[in-house]
Ligand binder design. Structure first.
Ligand code: GLP
Length: 241
């Protein structure tokens, strides 16, 4: 794993954005895997800036998001659909038809998982997958104990994950109980992975990811087995390494 130290959250986003721009400039029809949460917000700001200042075009880019809550419709401000449009897609020239998120409001959720997995394969896989990490080592919404062999699937969210994400909702009771997420196998098939990590509270998780055993009890540990992973982390997140 290649580890790049950023001095702070802003620089982490800048370094990650530079890598995305290089990818899109080299291959305008790139397939990008995108993440949500607080960590990538700065990265998306940098991408929007590069689109405006340097005319980087996303018109031929296809995106697949890692995950989506079950039961929130697209207009719900807590849905990842809303997050992505609000914080990125509405501000760049991406073609809406080439933007993909799991539909957590689908009538048949299992069918939706199958459709999503198939769509990624039909797009010829993901060139760069952006990842964050949960405090319990989750990537996407693959909670501890998820078999490494899983493809896109429905998950019951851990209580600790619901608590960690409650800050985005009015109350914890509003946090959905389930989500659809790309599986570990789906993520591992990405050609390149960029994991971004910021802050002291993630330092222990990052240490375990890099130095701990590869185990389904700590899903992010599987990244040790991927051939092309870059971790971009700020000093606080790297403080326990
Ligand atoms: C969320 C998302 C993950 C994200 C993680 C960390 O639950 N499903 O994709 O990486 O938790 O989020 P944050 O960046 O807000 O700490």
């Amino acid at each position: 794993m290649n580890i790049i130290q950023a001095k702070d959250y802003k620089e982490m986003g800048q370094i990650a954005a530079k890598k995305i721009m290089e990818q899109v400039n080299a291959k305008p029809e790139s397939v990008l895997g995108l993440a949500t949460g607080s960590t990538p917000e700065g990265l998306y700001e940098e991408i929007i800036q590069a689109h405006k200042d340097d005319n980087v075009s996303f018109k031929d880019v296809t995106t697949f998001n890692l995950d989506e809550y079950v039961g929130l419709d697209k207009d719900n401000h807590q849905s990842y659909y809303y997050y992505m449009h609000h914080l990125l897609f509405n501000h760049i020239d991406i073609n809406g038809g080439q933007v993909n998120l799991p539909n957590g409001d689908a009538l048949d959720l299992q069918e939706e998982c199958n459709r999503y997995e198939k769509a990624i394969k039909q797009a010829d896989g993901i060139d760069i997958q952006i990842l964050g990490i949960g405090l319990n080592g989750h990537i996407g919404f693959n909670e501890p104990g998820t078999p490494f062999s899983m493809q896109t699937h429905i998950v019951d969210l851990d209580e600790s994950t619901r608590q960690a994400n409650a800050r985005f909702f009015d109350s914890i009771d509003d946090v959905p109980l389930q989500a659809i997420t790309m599986g570990i196998d789906t993520i591992m098939q990405s050609k390149q992975i960029i994991l971004i990590v910021s802050g002291l509270q993630k330092a222990e998780a990052l240490k375990q990811l890099v130095n701990g055993p590869v185990t389904e009890d700590f899903p992010a540990s599987i990244l040790q087995k991927h051939a092309n992973v870059t971790i971009i982390a700020d000093q606080d997140a790297l403080s326990k390494l």
